[in-house]
Design a protein. Structure first.
Length: 84
């Protein structure tokens, strides 16, 4: 995926995700998290967008499960990668 494509995804996520119905927030939220997890050069921006939008931040997450809140999800998965 090119930098321009990722920037385009970020722009779309930033402009539409927060105002969407919750059920429609899941796909762009996962996209945001996956970019942050798998593209280190875009990680800071993905985390920043996640924090600014706060989508799914208050989603009830069982103990020992990873939150769907993008910023927390990214941090957890990157931590697991570095533990290998």
């Amino acid at each position: 995926m090119s930098s321009a494509e990722i920037d385009g995804l970020f722009d779309t996520i930033e402009s539409t995700m927060a105002d969407s119905e919750e059920r429609l927030q899941w796909a762009p939220n996962e996209c945001l998290a996956q970019i942050g997890i798998h593209y280190p050069e875009f990680r800071d921006r993905a985390v920043s967008i996640g924090e600014r939008l706060g989508v799914l931040k208050d989603y009830p997450t069982p103990e020992n499960c990873t939150s769907p809140y993008a910023s927390a999800w990214i941090a957890e998965m990157v931590s697991r990668q570095s533990d290998r």
